[in-house]
Design a protein. Structure first.
Length: 95
């Protein structure tokens, strides 16, 4: 996930304080974090813990997919399978 997928900057609230999410980045521990800025100070927040504003920013579906993936949730995928002549099927991931 990168700023190419998520519209940044956007404003949200962390611990009851409004912050601007200015970018997302990968840490040395391979964790995706949001870089939050307020009054010239920056702090990273794990993407799993970042509250999203309402309405969420464009591209927030990437955050939802990342959260599902990390938790090991089954994701319903709509996709055309090879040999179906473009027929779209809904199936559970891994089938």
């Amino acid at each position: 996930m990168s700023e190419n997928n998520l519209a940044v900057p956007f404003e949200t609230t962390v611990l009851a304080v409004p912050v601007n999410v200015v970018r997302v980045q990968l840490t040395l521990r391979d964790e995706i974090v949001a870089v939050c800025r307020r009054a010239g100070t920056s702090q990273t927040v794990p993407l799993l813990d970042l509250p999203l504003p309402s309405p969420p920013p464009a591209g927030s579906e990437w955050i939802a997919a990342y959260r599902h993936w990390l938790r090991g949730d089954t994701i319903r995928i709509i996709s055309a399978r090879p040999g179906t002549l473009g027929e779209r099927k809904i199936y559970e991931e891994g089938q």
